[in-house]
Design a protein around this ligand. Structure first.
Ligand code: PLP
Length: 225
């Protein structure tokens, strides 16, 4: 086995252990392999080991890499998306985790309709309130969902990025906060928001304990960037 295969196996085991400790069903959290900055050949190795879901931060890199991989790869855009890149993003991304303004939501619906795409969307929430972060303020998410323009894209949940270097209790606060926000939105708006995208290489166990359904892991699979 090569390093990427070994790493995928190890991360898969970490996920299943964390699910077990949380009393959650096996497979209840999926692994998104974050391949940003790594070449298509590295993604190909992960593909050969059975991985199918890949995350990229930048539309340009996604557009360069995706065509080099088999068509049954599922690409997720996880980085900030500029309005003028939406059309290109929709050509490759089955999921967009980084929807962070009502205007972007509107633009995605408009262009998805135009190009015949039906992406799954997650609203990015800045739970920790860091100024440097993209994402909706927690108290702005309800209005964004209630006012979501009709169209082919479906909002299926929420995403957050924890602060760098946060300790376990701060991480629990952030991840648990996203889950509680999701629960509140579901009951207030009568919506189904099953997906919680949270947790990375260093904190996926805490995220899974707090209900993550998608963990976004780069370094622990592909190595340091
Ligand atoms: C890079 C990145 C990740 C993966 O981070 P690692 O620490 O390398 O696992 C996850 N989410 C987002 C939004 C990222 O930009």
């Amino acid at each position: 086995m090569n390093a990427i295969q070994d790493n995928l196996k190890a991360v898969g085991e970490r996920i299943e252990m964390a699910l077990g400790r949380a009393g959650r069903a096996p497979g209840a959290a999926r692994l998104l392999a974050v391949s940003k900055t790594f070449p298509a050949a590295a993604v190909q190795e992960a593909y050969a080991a059975g991985q199918r879901c890949f995350g990229e931060n930048r539309v340009q890199e996604l557009a360069a890499k995706a065509p080099a991989l088999p068509s049954d790869c599922e690409w997720h855009l996880i980085g900030h998306l500029q309005q003028n890149k939406v059309r290109q993003a929709l050509g490759y991304a089955a999921w967009i985790h980084s929807v962070d303004t009502p205007a972007l939501l509107e633009r995605i619906q408009l262009l998805a309709d135009e190009v015949g795409a039906a992406p799954k969307l997650l609203l990015e929430v800045n739970v920790s309130g860091e100024e440097s972060k993209f994402g909706f303020a927690p108290d702005a998410v309800e209005a964004a969902l209630a006012g979501m323009p009709a169209g082919p894209a479906a909002c299926v949940g929420l995403m957050t990025v924890a602060p760098m270097g946060a300790d376990a209790s701060a991480l629990r606060g952030v991840f648990g906060g996203l889950r509680q926000l999701r629960d509140r939105l579901q009951s207030r708006l009568g919506l189904s928001l099953p997906e919680l995208s949270m947790g990375m290489s260093s904190d996926l166990e805490v995220a899974i304990a707090e209900g993550a359904t998608i963990v976004r892991v780069g370094t622990a699979i592909f190595g340091h960037r």
